[in-house]
Design a protein around this ligand. Structure first.
Ligand code: ZN
Length: 430
């Protein structure tokens, strides 16, 4: 299977963060990675393949280096979550026999793109377990169209194409059923049936909506890919593909793939980049063979690629972009720069990443915001407030970031995998 077909498969089977994390774990299991528990004592071997799962939605994979304990970490970081709508605890609302669901916005989706398309439900369910403080979890993916958010007909709002403000609470609620005899508890019953469990055993859930359309390659020569969640699952896929491609190559450095959750809401959870989770894992890797000083030395010898998608020049809105730094889809991975340090990139780390691309034989671009546009932020800077890592913020380009269907370049994805593969192979064991 080629990388683009594999990316499509990964995107289609990862409609929400929990499914994405589960898919990453499955691929790691297949490649012989052993799952570690943060509650256990760790015994690590040079060349050993390991991963840690946090909250079922973040995954930290690493291949222990052959170098001394103070050898650096080569880290690629990305995120598993994407903007959308989450189903509230008591969710069913009956309107004249029509059952709609009460939802809450997660992150910053483009509301318009969620209308009038079949939607399904995925997430995780917490089930009654023996330890009251530790429920059992089941990931659920309904995999079939169940809902739709119907737009108001133009006849009720003739000005709709001149700008139409949308309310998350009024306009965006999906319809699940017509003529349902018992709307109360409908979603719990549906999920219980899917999982083959008793409704009473479902203690809680985190369920989200997702568009049912699969990823597709488009463009006259197949230059583009359209899918939900390209931000940031395409970077997760590129990082994972590179890690697995280089897993058999012995390295001095410990190679790390960090897939965080909750980037879209500011990373402030125990599974997000603002928590000390990565710091704890890196420290434990070093302490299993060395000292606290070795950890400090290892951090000083490390480099991180914070991989999160960037904005490619949109042919209909060129005026929104910087006049001299407006990277284009298909032009290669893109370094993100910001004078006010919203990105971790500096001349040092940009130079390092340019060299990686040069060695990989792939083109490399730069993104800077138009000076009158505020722009976004990402993982890199949040992480450096926890661990003083050198590193670069970069990403492959997309159009319509946070749309239910984003567009990226197929060539850029191949370039990014090549750059990441080169990065993980920089320090072969002596
Ligand atoms: Zn992102």
């Amino acid at each position: 299977m080629n990388h683009i077909e594999d990316l499509c498969k990964f995107l289609d089977s990862s409609p929400v963060n929990f499914c994405a994390a589960e898919n990453v774990c499955q691929r790691l299991d297949t490649a012989g990675f052993a799952r570690l528990d943060m509650r256990d004592a760790w015994q690590l071997k040079p060349g050993g393949r390991y991963y840690v799962v946090q909250n079922g939605s973040a995954v930290f994979a690493f291949i222990a280096g052959y170098g001394p304990a103070w050898s650096g970490f080569d880290i690629i970081a990305a995120h598993s979550d994407s903007p959308g709508f989450r189903i509230k605890p008591k969710c069913e609302i009956d309107v004249e026999g029509m059952t709609k669901l009460n939802t809450e916005v997660y992150g910053g989706p483009i509301f318009y793109t969620w209308f009038d398309r079949p939607l399904s439900i995925a997430g995780r369910v917490a089930l009654r377990g023996e330890d009251p403080l530790r429920p059992k979890f089941a990931t659920v993916n309904m995999k079939r169209p169940l809902l739709v958010i119907p737009h108001l007909a133009i006849h009720f709002n003739r000005q709709v194409n001149e700008g139409n403000k949308l309310s998350a609470q009024k306009d965006m609620l999906p319809v699940a059923a017509l003529g349902c005899k018992e709307p109360k508890g409908l979603i719990r019953r549906l999920v219980a049936e899917e999982l083959g469990v008793d409704t009473d055993d479902i203690l809680d859930y985190e369920l989200s909506l997702y568009p049912c359309e699969n990823a597709v390659v488009t463009g006259v020569d197949g230059e583009m890919i359209c899918s939900g969640r390209l931000d940031d699952l395409s970077m997760v896929h590129a990082g994972l593909t590179a890690l697995l491609a280089t897993a058999d190559v012995a390295s001095e450095h410990t190679r790390v793939l960090a897939v965080f959750d909750n980037e879209e809401t500011g990373s402030g959870t125990k599974q997000g980049a603002a928590s000390p989770i990565l710091e704890h894992i890196l420290r434990r890797i070093v302490l299993s063979a060395g000292s606290e000083e070795d950890y400090m030395r290892a951090v000083a010898s490390s480099f991180m690629i914070s991989a999160d998608n960037a904005h490619g020049l949109h042919p209909n809105y060129v005026e929104k972009y910087d006049p001299t730094n407006h990277p284009v889809l298909g032009g290669g991975p893109c370094i993100k720069v910001n004078a006010n340090c919203k990105y971790m990139t500096d001349a040092d780390s940009a130079a390092a990443f340019r060299r990686v691309c040069e060695l990989a034989g792939v083109p490399c671009q730069s993104f800077v915001n138009h000076s009158d546009v505020a722009g976004g932020s990402t993982l890199g800077n949040i992480l450096t407030s926890k661990i003083p890592l050198r590193g670069v913020d970069m990403g492959a380009l997309v159009w319509a970031m946070h749309s239910a269907c984003e567009t990226a370049s197929t060539a850029d994805h191949i370039y990014t995998i090549r750059a990441f593969t080169t990065f993980y192979g920089l320090y072969p064991a002596k």
